[in-house]
Design a protein around this ligand. Sequence first.
Ligand SMILES: *Cc1c(COP(=O)(O)O)cnc(C)c1O
Length: 330
Amino acid sequence: MAQFGTEFCQQIAIARFADGAWSAASIEPLKPLAMHPASHVFHYASSCFEGFKAYRWEDGKARIYRLHDHVARMQKSAASLRLPIPDADLLASMVVDLVAAQVDDIPSPPSSLYLRPTLIGTLENIGAAAAPSHEATLFVLASPVGDYFSGGSAALKLLVDDQRARSTEQLGSTKTGGNYAAALGPTLDAKQQYGVDQVLFCPNGDVQETGAANFLLISDNEIITKPLDSTFLHGMTRDSILKLAADLGYSINERNFNVDELLALVKTHEAALSGTAACLSPVGTLVYHGEEIKVRDGAEGPNTVRLRKALQDIQYGLAEDRYSWLSEVG
Ligand SMILES: *Cc1c(COP(=O)(O)O)cnc(C)c1O
């Protein structure tokens, strides 16, 4: 299958906001958007998005993972950017209608259909740096994606950066383009300098997250991860793993920890990144002040495998969906 994010379904769902109201949504052929060069998004980064997956089960129907939670997070992102907030029913039905139109083309698990709702400010005004965009376009793009781990789940190497922040206090938990722009330079520099895969941002020593994934420490009986606050993105994968782990008897310690504690904890705890694209990915090595520190023996640990499987079994229809995380389509 094509590289993640490069192949698209030939239809999108789209709706527009103008004069204080959302238009009805429609499913349209995928084609370039015509936009005025003065559009707010080009100049002032008024954009936010979501990312989640639909799976096609053996019964031929699709199941969308945590649709309503992702819609709610999109509303939160829109509010923080002062963009028109999509009605929950409007956005949810755009996703459902698009998935229904594509259901026969969704590859079977572990492949899936990745869904990317996106909201952009389209106000035509380059003098609106300090004004909200009260015109907007909302669209949902769909992309068939393969198994992230088709080449095996090689443990990742992270640079521990105890200085820089990935984002800002006001946008840390907003899924907005500017945050990825902020993380890009440091991440590319770290790749080149240290051969790492990602940067773990730990401003003033506070262990937060990487450019696009949450960070967890996992032992045979506990999970340690940062408690929800405004500095990082509140991942649905993180939330799902914590709930499933609690059911399996792990104690869940949502607490702040610093780099010194992190370096001590990886002697005994597995480390993992969580996010929709890769579910739960093992971290095998940390690089800190030029020194390489192994996470346990440097290989993927059994608890990471166990928890990833617990979540994927629900997504693939192999285990009961006890939290009603899946929405059936088709
Ligand atoms: C999207 C994202 C995550 C993961 O969120 P999920 O809901 O688990 O996919 C984590 N961190 C950042 C910065 C993100 O953009």
